[in-house]
Design a protein around this ligand. Structure first.
Ligand SMILES: Cc1ncc(COP(=O)(O)O)c(C=O)c1O
Length: 503
C-alpha cells in the first residue's frame, strides 16, 4: 500500500515543514552548546534576567505566530539567556544537572513515538528497554533479583514513593498513623520532610538527628531517639540516611545506620539523589559501602548521570513491597490483561504514583548504549578527582578555612575568621568573596548556612558534577579565589568607604 501524500493543515504540518522546524530549533540549541566554553558561568538572572523575561513575553496568538519558527527560536534562545547557565562547565552551584545531548535526542524520539509505557502489555518492547536499564542499575547498587526500580520525575517524587512504601510495609493499608515516627539527619535535604508531609504525616513525625563534626548522622543519637520514642508509646518506622548531603556532600555512616534499622525493625531509605550515582566508579562504591543494605534508594539520573532535568529513580530491594504499595486495578484497563502479558517486566504504573507518563527509560537507555557505561564511570571518577584537587588547592591558599574534605564531589569552604571579627562581618565578608569569585565569570559557586554554637556560618561550596567540568575550571576557580579573597581589614575599610560614598 502506498502512503498518500499528506496535506499540510492545522496540527498536521507536512514532513518538510517538520524537518525545517527541527533544523531551526536544533540549530538554535546547538549554537548554545557551541558557545559554552566562552559563555559566562553565571547566566543572566536578577534584574537583567527580569528585563529579558519581560521582553520575550508575547500574547498567545489565535493564528500561527507571524514571525515564524526562526523568530520563535530566537525568542526561546533569548529566554534561555535569562537563566542560570546550568549546562556550562563552570556551573558548580547547588547540584549541577547535566543535559547530555544523547538523552535530549532520546526524549525527542520518545515524545515523537509517544507510546504509552505505563503498563507493559501496552508497549512490551519499550518497557523492556526501561526494565533492562533498571535491572542493570539495581545490580550496580548491589541489589539482587528481587529488586524493582521506578523512573520518576526527580528525587522529590522518589522520596515520596519510598515513604509511602515504608509506611505500607509497616502499618498496612490504613490511614496515616499519628504515632508513626521517621528519622533523618539535621542536614537532610528538604525533600525528605516535604515528602513525609505530602504522604500525610504531621511535621512532628520527623526527628532531626544530630550530626558529627563531618556533618554525618550520629548513629548513637539515632538509636537513642528510636528507643526513647518507643518507650513513649510511639511507632518508629523509617530512617532516611544521606548518601551525599546537598550542603557538604556528607555520607551518613550507612553500615552503622543499617545495624540500628535491623535491630529496631525500621525501613532504611537512602537519599542518594546527589551522591548515589558514584557507586558506578570504584572509589565512589567504596565511599558508599553499605548502601546495598538499604530497603530503598533514591538517586537522580538528572544529577549524577548528567541527564536533562526530569528523570529521578527509586530502587527498592524487595520490589514486591513497592508494587503492593502502589498497585491498583481499573475495569477500563481489563483489555491489557496485566498479569499474563508482562513477561516478568515491571509495569511502571504498578510501581509508582503515575499512570500516564513520559517514556523516561529511553533517556537513560540511549546514552548508555551510545556512550557505554564505562564513559559514565570515568566521568564520575573524574569528578571525585577534581574535588580532591580543588580541596588541595584551596588548602594551599592562606586565609582559607576548609569546612570538610570532600566526601564525594562537594567542597565546602570559607574565608578564615580574623581574630575578633564579629560573626555578621565574617559572614558578610564571605558573601562578598563569593560574589567576587562568581563575578570573574569562570565558575558559579553557591552558598549555604552551616550551624555553629555562635550562629549560622555563611559557607561557600563548589559542587563538581557536570560532565563538562574539567581541570581547567578548577584551576580558574583557584586563581580567582586567591585573587579575590578579602582580608578582614580590607573588607572593613571597603565597607566603610562604600558607606561614606553613599552618605
Ligand atoms: C540530596 C538531595 N535529595 C533530594 C533532592 C531533590 O531532588 P529533585 O530536585 O530532583 O526533586 C535533591 C536536589 O537537589 C538533593 O540534593
Amino acid at each position: 500500500m502506498t502512503t498518500p501524500p499528506r496535506k499540510a493543515s492545522g496540527l498536521e504540518p507536512d514532513r518538510e515543514t517538520i524537518e525545517s522546524w527541527l533544523r531551526t530549533f536544533a540549530d538554535a540549541a546547538l549554537a548554545q552548546l557551541d558557545a559554552l566554553p566562552v559563555a559566562s558561568a553565571a547566566g543572566c538572572v536578577g534584574p537583567e534576567g527580569a528585563a529579558i523575561a519581560k521582553s520575550v513575553s508575547r500574547p498567545i496568538p489565535e493564528e500561527p505566530y507571524g514571525g515564524g519558527a526562526r523568530e520563535l527560536a530566537a525568542l526561546v534562545t533569548r529566554a534561555a539567556e535569562a537563566a542560570l547557565n546550568t549546562i556550562g562547565p563552570g556551573y558548580l552551584a547547588y547540584i549541577p544537572g547535566g543535559g547530555l545531548p544523547t538523552s535530549a535526542i532520546a526524549s525527542l524520539v520518545a515524545d515523537l513515538l509517544n507510546r504509552y509505557t505505563g503498563l507493559v502489555p501496552a508497549a512490551p518492547g519499550l518497557t523492556r528497554l526501561e526494565s533492562d536499564v533498571l535491572r542493570w542499575l539495581a545490580n550496580e547498587f548491589g541489589y539482587g533479583p528481587a529488586a524493582a526500580g521506578l523512573l520518576t520525575s526527580g528525587g522529590s517524587l522518589s522520596q515520596l514513593a519510598a515513604m509511602v512504601t515504608a509506611r505500607h510495609v509497616h502499618f498496612g493499608d490504613v490511614a496515616v498513623p499519628a504515632d508513626a515516627r521517621a528519622y533523618t539527619s539535621s542536614q537532610a535535604h528538604r525533600s525528605v520532610a516535604k515528602a513525609l508531609r505530602l504522604a500525610g504525616h504531621g511535621s512532628d513525625a520527623l526527628r532531626a538527628i544530630a550530626v558529627d563534626a563531618r556533618w554525618r548522622m550520629d548513629p548513637h543519637v539515632l538509636a537513642d531517639a528510636v528507643r526513647h520514642d518507643r518507650a513513649n508509646g510511639l511507632r518508629p518506622f523509617l530512617v532516611v540516611a544521606a548518601a551525599g548531603t546537598t550542603n557538604t556532600g556528607a555520607i551518613d555512616p550507612l553500615p552503622a545506620i543499617a545495624d540500628v534499622c535491623r535491630e529496631h525493625g525500621l525501613w532504611l531509605h537512602v537519599d542518594g539523589a546527589y551522591g548515589g550515582a558514584f557507586v558506578l566508579c570504584r572509589e565512589g562504591r567504596e565511599a558508599l559501602r553499605g548502601i546495598e543494605r538499604a530497603d530503598s534508594i533514591t538517586f537522580d539520573p538528572h544529577k549524577g548521570f548528567f541527564l536533562p532535568y526530569g528523570t529521578g529513580a527509586l530502587l527498592v530491594r524487595e520490589g514486591a513491597a513497592l508494587r503492593r504499595a502502589h498497585r491498583d486495578e481499573a475495569d477500563y484497563l481489563q483489555d491489557l490483561e496485566l498479569e499474563s502479558h508482562s513477561g516478568g517486566d515491571m509495569s511502571p504504573a504498578e510501581y509508582g504514583p503515575e499512570l500516564s507518563r513520559p517514556f523516561r527509560g529511553l533517556g537513560l537507555w540511549l546514552p548508555l548504549m551510545l556512550h557505554g557505561a564505562r564513559a559514565f564511570r570515568e566521568a564520575l571518577a573524574e569528578k571525585l578527582a577534581l574535588a580532591r584537587s580543588l580541596h588541595a588547592g584551596l588548602a594551599r591558599i592562606p586565609g582559607i578555612e576548609i569546612v570538610d574534605a570532600p566526601q564525594l564531589s562537594i567542597v565546602p569552604f570559607r574565608a578564615r575568621r580574623a581574630p575578633g571579627e564579629p560573626l555578621a562581618a565574617w559572614n558578610a565578608r564571605n558573601e562578598a568573596w563569593m560574589d567576587a569569585i562568581n563575578g570573574c565569570g569562570h565558575v558559579l559557586l553557591s552558598s549555604t548556612l552551616l550551624p555553629s554554637p555562635e550562629g549560622q556560618l555563611f559557607t561557600l561550596r563548589g559542587c563538581i558534577l557536570s560532565f563538562r567540568t574539567h581541570a581547567d575550571r578548577i584551576e580558574a576557580l583557584l586563581a580567582d579565589a586567591a585573587a579575590t579573597l578579602p582580608t578582614a581589614t580590607q573588607f572593613t575599610a571597603e565597607n566603610a568607604e562604600d558607606a561614606g560614598s553613599r552618605r
